[in-house]
Design a protein around this ligand. Structure first.
Ligand SMILES: [Fe+2]
Ligand SMILES: [Fe+2]
Length: 271
């Protein structure tokens, strides 16, 4: 475990990245509305954690790019996966800058050697599909809906609204890579492979259950959602944006996993 920090060296490498992060340089980082101290504190924690999840998403797409190369996937799909690593690094920077603008990141202990859960299948095609189901068809598909909702509430904080808009533009593409890969690989995926992928998607959903054990907090419009809002958005996204698109591709999530996540996401608001 180590303390999570980001660093950039600049020079030719900063210039190389400049075009991609141009939107960020133009942002004003101080338009955060007038949040009360508790909301600001909660948002610092959320944006610090978001910085790390963006970093972990970069690792997932780096792994996916290698897995796609190993199965001679179409070059544009491979290039997209590689390019998404850059997107996620820019999201990590944007999230870190928001945490700084809110008063500074909070200390976070992380294990950088365990950023991505390895795929379990023996065959390379199924391993690539596993990684994409977990990261794109589940993780990114849920992220898009949560961020859309957070953005709709961030009307009094233009900086946060702008950062969420920038991140969302990329995340919706990240959520599409999985379905496109599954369609490309469709003829080579047997019924047993699809059943395996359904279990992988179920495990990825159930991994979110501990998230719902946290105490309910009110939303602040600083990129955080109150728990009733978060729970309803999450539960709806599981059905409409994860389970349905996978089922359309013959990948059924085990009903007990769907029931577990729907049950967990029915917290009662505090107070
Ligand atoms: Fe991201
Ligand atoms: Fe992403």
């Amino acid at each position: 475990m180590s303390l999570f920090e980001l660093e950039a060296v600049g020079g030719p490498w900063g210039r190389r990245l400049q075009r991609r992060r141009a939107g960020l340089s133009r942002l004003c980082w101080t338009e955060l509305g007038d949040p009360d101290p508790a909301a600001r504190e909660a948002a610092r924690v959320v944006w610090t954690r978001s910085t790390f999840s963006e970093y972990a998403s970069a690792a997932a797409f780096a792994e996916i790019a290698s897995a796609l190369l190993a199965v001679a996937a179409p070059i544009d799909l491979v290039a997209a996966a590689g390019d998404f690593v850059v997107d996620e690094m820019i999201h990590a920077e944007a999230s870190a800058r928001l945490a700084m603008a809110l008063g500074g990141a909070v200390p976070l202990e992380v294990d950088l050697e365990r950023l991505v859960r390895p795929a379990s299948a023996e065959n390379a095609l199924l391993r690539a599909a596993e990684l994409l189901v977990r990261t794109s068809c589940v993780g990114e598909a849920l992220t898009v809906r949560i961020l859309e909702r957070a953005r709709s509430l961030a009307t009094a904080a233009p900086t946060i609204h702008a950062v969420l808009t920038r991140i969302l533009k990329d995340e919706s593409q990240h959520a599409q890579l999985g379905p496109w890969f599954l369609d490309w690989a469709a003829e080579r995926l047997a019924a047993t492979d699809r059943a395996h992928l359904g279990r992988i998607a179920g495990q990825a959903l159930v991994a979110f259950v501990p998230l719902f054990a946290d105490e309910c907090a009110p939303g602040s419009g600083l990129g955080t959602l109150g728990c009733s809002d978060f729970d309803a958005t999450f539960a709806g996204a599981v059905i409409h944006h994860v389970a349905r698109p996978l089922a359309a591709r013959g990948i059924e999530i085990p009903p007990e996993d769907l029931a577990a996540i729907q049950q967990a996401s029915r917290r009662l608001p505090a107070g």
